[in-house]
Design a protein around this ligand. Structure first.
Ligand code: CA
Length: 234
C-alpha cells in the first residue's frame, strides 16, 4: 500500500509537478494552498508525511510546523526553504521539522528525501515496540517514547519522529561517548547533505525538551570536539 503525502504550497505549478510525479511513484497525494488548510489536513491523521513550504499565505510554514508539534503530531515534516536562507533551515529544524530541502530542487532529490524520512519514521515506529520509558528524580522528567512525549516539570513536549529515533539510539548507548559521525551514520544514515551542524540543532532542541539548558546538563552531555554522552534519567 502506498504512503499518503500532503503538500502545503501556494504555487500551483509546483503542486501539479510534484503531485503528478508522486502519484506516478505510487504515493497518494493531497495538497493544501495555505497554512490553515495545511494544518487542518496534517492533523487529520490521513497522511504519512508533509511537504511544507515556509512561504505561505496566512499561517506560514514555521507556524504550521510549530502548531503540529504542539498538538502532539509526530508526522514527518519536510520543509521547503529558499536557498539563500540558512537561518530558515535552522529555524525549521528547531520548530520540529525533520528535514529541509532548498528551492529550487530536483525531483530525484525530493523523492530521496521523502523515502528517507518515511524509512526513518518506520524505524522509529519499530523502535517504539521496545521503547524505554523513564522518570527522572522526583518525577521531574518523564520520557515516554511510545507516546512520543517528554514531560519536564509538568510541561509536555511532543517529539518529532527524528527526535524519537535519536533518543531511542541514546537510550541504547547509555553513558557511552557517541561521536557526531556515529549519530550521522546510525540515526540519519543516508544523506551526504546532512551535516554535523544539523545534528547539533536536533540535539540542542532535544536537550531543551529534557530541560538540559545552559549550565544544567543532566542527561545529554556535550563532549567538546567529539559529540555527546547520554545519562538516562534514573
Ligand atoms: Ca510558497
Amino acid at each position: 500500500m502506498g504512503y499518503a503525502i500532503l503538500m502545503v504550497e501556494d504555487e500551483e505549478g509546483l503542486l501539479v509537478t510534484v503531485g503528478d510525479r508522486l502519484v506516478a511513484e505510487g504515493y497518494a497525494f493531497e495538497s493544501a494552498k495555505n497554512g490553515n488548510e495545511g494544518l487542518a489536513k496534517a492533523l487529520d491523521g490521513a497522511h504519512d508525511l508533509v511537504i511544507l513550504d515556509v512561504m505561505l499565505p496566512g499561517k506560514d510554514g514555521f507556524a504550521v510546523c510549530r502548531e503540529l508539534r504542539e498538538r502532539g503530531s509526530m508526522i514527518p515534516v519536510l520543509m521547503l526553504t529558499a536557498r539563500s536562507q540558512l537561518e530558515d533551515k535552522v529555524a525549521g529544524l528547531r520548530l520540529g521539522a525533520d528535514d529541509y530541502l532548498c528551492k529550487p530542487f530536483e525531483m530525484p532529490e525530493l523523492l530521496a528525501r521523502i523515502e528517507a524520512l518515511l524509512r526513518r519514521a518506520e524505524a522509529s515506529h519499530h523502535a517504539l515496540d521496545t521503547a524505554p520509558r523513564s522518570k527522572g528524580p522526583a518525577g521531574d522528567l518523564v520520557v515516554d517514547l511510545k507516546r512520543g512525549i517528554v514531560v519536564h516539570q509538568g510541561a509536555e513536549s511532543a517529539l518529532s519522529a527524528q527526535e524519537i529515533k535519536l533518543l531511542d539510539y541514546l537510550y541504547r548507548h547509555p553513558d557511552a561517548i557517541i561521536s557526531r559521525e556515529e549519530l550521522l551514520h546510525s540515526v540519519w544514515g543516508y544523506d551526504p547533505d546532512i551535516t554535523t551542524r544539523t545534528i547539533d540543532v536536533h540535539v540542542a532542541r532535544l536537550k531543551q525538551k529534557l530541560g538540559d539548558v545552559n549550565d544544567v546538563q543532566r542527561y545529554i552531555h556535550t563532549i567538546r570536539g567529539i559529540g555527546y554522552k547520554f545519562t538516562p534519567p534514573d
